[in-house]
Ligand binder design. Structure first.
Ligand code: SF4
Ligand code: SF4
Length: 324
């Protein structure tokens, strides 16, 4: 591997954020496709490291020789509206109020997704989320459209499990049940949420009845959300954030026509909480492919410079008591 790194003079951060992350997501999705949909081949978990090495090499050759660009992971935030108001929401969703909410229409969704796909060869891990994703009335259409795209192999739909699934959505999920799966957040340890989570068993039963694959998140603690500092820290590189402090540097998010490093940075840009200049402008970019490559090569990300990270463990989904 060192030979290839030297041959192409690959910067350490670009290697980690782009080549290694693509290899990880490719392997993860292959294993998931076999586990959930019985698609593809069985990969022995004991041989993961071997596969990863091969995939990183292929990714490097494909980038430099074939000029291929693959997106490791991207989340489309299709609504900032939510059924919950979690104090420690890692996307700072409660900071959106009724005048500022963003609800992506199907036309906007198609425009952003088509523009991205025109410029890349594949998206390894594609996620639809919110806010609460099911609030968006165009969700079924979005699922239908995305499941017909060859450059996306698996679609993950994240929900907080508070809303019943409407019939049109069940129909699309069932029709595409070899490509899409539902990921349900798990806040059951928080007894205060019992009444709002009352539909959860019914949701699971409906998914099972319709042969729609789903996964339930582990019931685990959250970490305290600390927001942003007033002044930037120029000492912490994105690489350090990535490896020592924050796994979310890989959770790149589309919100209102821009791609940001994560949902927290996207909210900060959208609500002008910070002066974020390094977002990728999907619609107005002159060369989106080049902008995406620069995005993966950027050593310092504006949002990360201001971001305060905490390791304090807390109960999941503690609710805000007052209106913002
Ligand atoms: S953590 Fe999830 S459920 Fe809670 S406010 Fe944020 S988006 Fe909504
Ligand atoms: S802004 Fe950067 S450091 Fe903060 S959560 Fe997002 S990726 Fe992590």
């Amino acid at each position: 591997m060192q030979e290839l790194i030297e041959k192409y003079n690959i910067k350490k951060l670009f290697y980690k954020r782009y080549f290694e992350e693509n290899a990880k997501q490719r392997l993860r999705m292959e294993m998931l496709a076999f586990l959930l949909f019985k698609n593809g081949r069985f990969i022995n978990p004991m041989k993961k490291e071997e596969f990863l090495k091969t995939y990183v090499k292929e990714e490097i050759e494909n980038f430099y020789k074939k000029k291929e660009l693959n997106i490791p992971q991207i989340e489309f935030c299709i609504t900032t509206k939510c059924t919950l108001k979690c104090k420690d929401c890692c996307a700072l969703i409660p900071k959106f109020n009724k005048y500022k909410h963003i609800n992506m229409s199907f036309e906007e969704y198609k425009l952003y997704l088509d523009r991205i796909l025109e410029n890349v060869n594949s998206i390894r891990h594609f996620v639809l989320l919110g806010g609460e994703t099911l609030i968006n009335q165009d969700l079924a259409k979005m699922i239908e459209y995305t499941c017909n795209l060859e450059k996306i192999n698996i679609v993950e739909l994240i929900t907080n499990g508070t809303m019943k699934f409407p019939n049109d959505l069940i129909t699309e999920l069932k029709r595409n049940n070899k490509k899409v799966y539902v990921y349900i957040s798990n806040y059951s340890v928080n007894s205060e949420l019992q009444s709002i989570l009352k539909h959860q068993q019914q949701i699971i039963d409906t998914l099972k009845e319709n042969n729609i694959k789903y996964q339930m998140a582990e019931n685990r603690e959250w970490v305290r959300e600390m927001g942003f500092a007033d002044t930037p820290s120029d000492k912490i590189t994105t690489e350090e954030r990535m490896h020592f402090k924050c796994f979310r540097t890989q959770c790149n998010q589309v919100l209102n026509g821009y791609i940001d490093i994560c949902s927290k940075a996207a909210t900060a840009r959208e609500l002008n909480l910070l002066d974020i200049k390094d977002s990728v402008d999907i619609v107005n970019s002159w060369d989106l492919k080049e902008d995406l490559i620069n995005f993966y090569q950027n050593d310092y990300i504006d949002g990360c410079k201001y971001c305060i990270l905490s390791s304090e463990k807390i109960m999941p989904a503690i609710q805000e008591k007052e209106e913002i």
